[in-house]
Design a protein around this ligand. Structure first.
Ligand SMILES: Nc1ncnc2c1ncn2[C@@H]1O[C@H](COP(=O)(O)OP(=O)(O)O)[C@@H](O)[C@H]1O
Ligand SMILES: [Mg+2]
Length: 246
């Protein structure tokens, strides 16, 4: 049973963020009733804006983190949140909003918190090693492998940012366990590996707004597939186009 069922937004003006087609389309409502929903679309199409507004409305820390802990180090635009209506079915036991780009600040905050709470045993949740002594990708993955339990709502913004392809696959295995353990995920991603998780709702964000799509219909899948099928040819085409422009 998912926690979040759907969201709807009123349009609060012509200005940002209401000028983003994806945000405007929220007047029609967006169903989020699967255990996993992906947001895909070009940079600037509004994925983070909507994810952050859900996190803000839900009461997650603004920086990155869970509901009860506040460690904001960067202001972000929250003007959408007051216009958002969330319909939820159940209250999760755990929850998390994580944006990969601000993970470093988050690691610092969690370390402070853990050392206070667990009196020196603070790294137990992260494979027994300070998050700062792990690479960005290692730290993110160890958080994901060790810190999260089931019955949670997780909002993740580009989790692939720090992960090698092999670690993205490890991420998928843990994701599957957490979903089996009654968790719900909403993930903004560009990763053709992460997007492959079966049975997900995939929402395409573009100038038309938000539309439902399938894995193989996404540009991420198609472009990556064509690239890997013949990298030499693709490179030749790309560089030829560039040479012609200059
Ligand atoms: N404070 C702001 N004022 C005006 N435009 C903004 C502001 N913050 C973000 N934007 C614009 O909103 C659009 C959506 O951004 P974002 O949600 O981050 O996109 P995505 O996550 O899909 O890459 C972008 O065009 C971005 O430049
Ligand atoms: Mg984004």
């Amino acid at each position: 049973m998912p926690f979040l069922h759907d969201i709807t937004a009123e349009i609060g003006g012509d200005h940002h963020p209401f000028d983003i087609p994806a945000v405007r389309s929220l007047t029609n409502g967006l169903t989020l009733d699967k255990k996993i929903t992906f947001f895909v679309g070009e940079n600037g199409s509004g994925k983070s804006t909507i994810l952050e507004a859900i996190a803000d409305k839900w009461g997650f820390s603004k920086e990155s983190g869970n509901r009860s802990k506040s460690h904001t180090t960067r202001e972000y635009d929250t003007r959408l949140a007051p216009f958002l209506r969330i319909r939820r079915l159940e209250r999760p036991l755990d929850g998390f909003f994580l944006r990969a780009e601000s993970f470093y600040n988050f690691a610092t905050a969690m370390e402070d918190l853990e050392s206070e709470e667990y009196c020196g045993n603070g790294y137990a949740n992260y494979g027994g090693k300070s998050l700062h002594n792990q690479s960005h990708g290692e730290a993110f993955l160890s958080l994901f492998l060790n810190r999260f339990d089931g019955h949670g709502l997780f909002l993740l913004d580009e989790p692939e940012a720090a992960l090698s392809p092999a670690r993205q696959m490890a991420f998928l295995v843990r994701l599957h366990q957490l979903i089996g353990d009654h968790s719900q995920f909403i993930i903004a991603t560009h990763s053709p590996i992460i997007l492959a998780y079966p049975g997900a709702t995939i929402y395409q964000f573009d100038e038309e707004g938000i539309t439902n799509t399938t894995y193989k219909e996404t540009q991420h899948y198609d472009l990556t597939r064509r690239f890997l099928q013949d990298p030499d040819h693709m490179m030749h085409q790309l560089l030829k186009e560039d040479d012609e422009e200059h």
